[in-house]
Ligand binder design. Structure first.
Ligand code: ADP
Length: 243
């Protein structure tokens, strides 16, 4: 019998400009337990290029589970997840990791910046394993910091920056690899209202410039920034229908 070929990780090219970035086909995740927990019940979801989508739900509703699946940090236990048209379930682990690194920029509540490195180095380090030469890394890092309005603070270490500025550095780090998707987990959770507003304004700007943005939050005010909002309750993901 002939050997089966390994699945092809290459994206389907050419892609239509508003082709889906995220496509869930009856995606679900059940933690095995015991007892088993149906943390994400079977759902279909399409997020197109350039959309700004928020996902809101109370604690324990399944937001992190959704984030982990959408961010390729965890595999669904049922269904198919296509990222940029690539069926992620067919990829071996190393190819999924590479896909995640190339296509998804993560922004977390707690910034995750290296405290003894400058803003520029924090952003440039994100490309360390992408075989980008150092001069090019620094050039791109500077451009990403300019894009988030921090071109004048490239030499500052995180301790010398406000919370909002730190999150901007983290956003620049997420953007520098030119991802298809900016995936943000409670991006304003550690910020006061003025800094939170500035970070949300930046996400709005990035969306206006064409970036696909997905924000997971428990905060209804943050969720209202999305041009489209999904709710999650007891593992059930639904489109919020506005009157
Ligand atoms: P949220 O992020 O909205 O707080 P989670 O996605 O963390 O919700 O959790 C959804 C449900 O799955 C909860 O009932 C939680 O207790 C359960 N859960 C989360 N992680 C695990 C795990 N590793 N094993 C078993 N159950 C889990």
């Amino acid at each position: 019998m002939p050997r089966r070929r390994r699945p092809e990780p290459a994206p389907a090219h050419p892609r239509h400009p508003d082709a889906p970035v995220i496509e869930f086909r009856q995606v679900a995740l059940t933690y095995p337990g015991p007892p088993p927990v149906e943390a994400l019940r079977p759902c279909d979801l399409t997020v197109r290029r350039g959309e700004f989508v928020t996902v809101v739900g109370p604690s324990g509703s399944g937001k992190s589970t959704f984030l982990n699946v959408a961010g390729l940090l965890d595999s669904p236990t049922a269904g198919h997840y296509l990222l940029d048209g690539i069926d992620t379930g067919r990829l071996p682990d190393h190819a999924r990791t590479a896909l995640r690194g190339r296509r998804i920029g993560f922004v977390f509540q707690s910034f995750h910046l290296l405290s003894h490195r400058s803003a520029l180095e924090n952003v440039a380090l994100a490309m360390l394993y992408a075989s980008v030469p150092r001069t090019e890394r620094l050039h791109r890092a500077r451009a990403a910091l300019e894009q988030v309005g921090l071109g004048h603070r490239t030499g500052a270490v995180p301790g010398r920056l406000s919370g909002g500025e730190r999150q901007r550095v983290a956003i620049a780090r997420a953007l520098v690899g030119r991802p298809s998707l900016l995936l943000c987990d409670e991006p304003t959770g550690n910020l006061d209202s003025a800094n939170a507003a500035s970070v949300l304004a930046l996400l709005d700007e990035l969306h206006t410039a064409g970036m696909t943005v997905l924000v997971i939050t428990h905060d209804a005010g943050v969720a209202a920034h999305g041009h489209r909002t999904l709710t999650v309750h007891d593992g059930v993901l639904r489109e919020r229908v506005t009157a």
